[in-house]
Design a protein around this ligand. Structure first.
Ligand SMILES: [Zn+2]
Length: 263
C-alpha cells in the first residue's frame, strides 16, 4: 500500500511539473508580445434559465469588441504596437458547469482547481479552431434571478479565467471590464485593491496617483477596479473608457521591455 501511495504522489508531482513548465512557457511567450494572444470566450448558462439562454444565443463577438480596443489602446501607450494584440473568439456555449472554487483560494486550492479546470476544459471544449492561449469562461446569470454575483477569477497558472456576469445588454460594459481584469491576471498582473475593504491601494491602484489634489480620481486602474472619489466613497467604472493600465500592471504583463513591432 505504501508503495502505491508513493507512486500516486510521484505521478501527481509529475503532472504538476509538466503543467508548471507548460504554463511557464506560455507566459514567457505571451509576455514577449510578438504575436497576438488567442483568447477564446466560452459562454455558460449558469442558472439554467430560458432568458439567460436567449441572451447567450444572441451573443456575438462584437459584444466583446471593447476588450480588444481597450487592450490595444493601453498597450500602445507603453510602446507595444502589436495589432491585434489579442485575437478574441467566441466559442459555442458549454452546457456543463466548471469545477467550483472558494472566493479566496489558497495556493494548494488554486493548484488543484487549476488542474481540475484543465481536465474539465479539455473534456468540454466546444471550440474547434486553433488551440487558444487563454480560455475565459463566462458564467451568465439572469438579472431576474440573483442580485449578487460570486467573485470572478483569473489564474495565471493554467491560462484560464472564470467570469461571472449578468445576461443583459445593460451589463455588457461591466462584463467587459471583468473580462479584461481576469485576462490581465492570466497575462501575469496582480490585484491592486485591498481584498478586505475593496479599496484601491495607493499608489499602484490609482489611475492618476500623482494628481493634486489626489481626490477625486476620475479613472480606475484595471487591477484595482474601482475609482476612489473621496476618502469613504468608491465608484465602479461605468465603462472601459474610464479605465487605464497603470505602470506597475504594465510591467507585470511585460509591456515594458517587450519586442515592439512597428506597423
Ligand atoms: Zn483580480
Amino acid at each position: 500500500m505504501a508503495g502505491f501511495r508513493r507512486l500516486r504522489i510521484i505521478l501527481l508531482l509529475l503532472v504538476l511539473l509538466v503543467v508548471s513548465v507548460n504554463t511557464w512557457l506560455g507566459i514567457v511567450r505571451i509576455q514577449s508580445w510578438e504575436r497576438p494572444v488567442w483568447v477564446v470566450l466560452y459562454p455558460i448558462n449558469a442558472d439554467g434559465r430560458a432568458d439567460t439562454q436567449a441572451y447567450i444565443d444572441a451573443l456575438d463577438v462584437v459584444h466583446f469588441e471593447d476588450v480588444q480596443l481597450f487592450l490595444h489602446r493601453e498597450a500602445q501607450r507603453y510602446g507595444v504596437y502589436l495589432d491585434p494584440l489579442v485575437e478574441l473568439k467566441l466559442a459555442p456555449a458549454i452546457t456543463e458547469e466548471p469545477p467550483g472554487v472558494s472566493d479566496f483560494p489558497g495556493v494548494m486550492e488554486s493548484i488543484f482547481w487549476s488542474l481540475r479546470m484543465r481536465w474539465w476544459s479539455w473534456r468540454t471544449d466546444s471550440w474547434s479552431g486553433p488551440e487558444p492561449d487563454v480560455r475565459i469562461y463566462l458564467r451568465y446569470f439572469s438579472t431576474g434571478g440573483r442580485v449578487r454575483l460570486e467573485h470572478s477569477l483569473g489564474l495565471q497558472k493554467g491560462m484560464i479565467g472564470l467570469v461571472n456576469g449578468f445576461a443583459s445588454v445593460d451589463y455588457i460594459d461591466t462584463n467587459n471590464f471583468v473580462i479584461v481584469h481576469e485576462l490581465m491576471h492570466t497575462f501575469g498582473a496582480s490585484d491592486k485593491y485591498d481584498l478586505e475593504s475593496n479599496l484601491p491601494v495607493y499608489p499602484h491602484g490609482f489611475a492618476d496617483p500623482d494628481q493634486s489634489p489626489l481626490l477625486p480620481q476620475t479613472r480606475a486602474e484595471v487591477m484595482a477596479g474601482r475609482i476612489k472619489v473621496s476618502p469613504g466613497w468608491v465608484l465602479m467604472s461605468p465603462s472601459l473608457k474610464q479605465v487605464v493600465v497603470g505602470p506597475e500592471t504594465a510591467r507585470e504583463v511585460g509591456w515594458f521591455g517587450a519586442v515592439k513591432p512597428q506597423n
